[in-house]
Design a protein around this ligand. Structure first.
Ligand code: DQA
Length: 143
């Protein structure tokens, strides 16, 4: 079985982007961590990043037809996207929302997630370890 790990806008810049907030890891580093954790948990990892909202919608639909679950860091679309909310509602596999930073300790506009009401649960604030925790949560949800 496969878990999708979907990354939204600006996450391709991890490592150089506000390292005080997001840490020094690149997205490639995080992909390697996810692959290692997937192996431990017995899942293949399909790891993707896009800066485009509609591409995330397409990938959520694709995962709904082919994958066991989704871990998603939707970046800033978390706070704006009804389309992502609806896409998650339209599929049956478990979805876990995750963030590197503790969005609740930051600007007010990051406190609201448009996708949180549509997902199984939310993990935020643990840096790159948020990805590992999200994969472990998906493992427990797919038993
Ligand atoms: C983020 C938090 C979002 O508010 C922000 O827009 C991001 C990254 C995080 O992982 O902490 O792009 O999702």
């Amino acid at each position: 079985p496969t878990l999708f790990v979907l990354n939204g806008p600006n996450l391709n810049a991890l490592g150089k982007r506000e390292p005080g907030i997001y840490g020094g890891h690149t997205l490639a580093d995080i992909e390697a961590l996810c692959r290692a954790e997937g192996e431990k948990l017995g899942f293949a990892i399909d790891f993707r990043q896009t800066n485009h909202e509609g591409v995330l919608v397409d990938w959520i639909h694709e995962a709904g037809d082919t994958a066991a679950g989704i871990a998603i860091n939707a970046g800033a679309y978390t706070h704006t996207s009804i389309a992502l909310h609806d896409a998650i509602r339209a599929i049956r596999i478990p979805v876990v929302e995750l963030h590197l930073s503790n969005v609740h300790a930051r600007e007010e506009f990051r406190h609201k997630s448009m996708i949180a009401p549509a997902v199984k649960g939310v993990i935020c604030g643990f840096g790159e370890h948020s990805y590992i925790l999200a994969l472990q949560a998906l493992k427990s949800l797919t038993k």
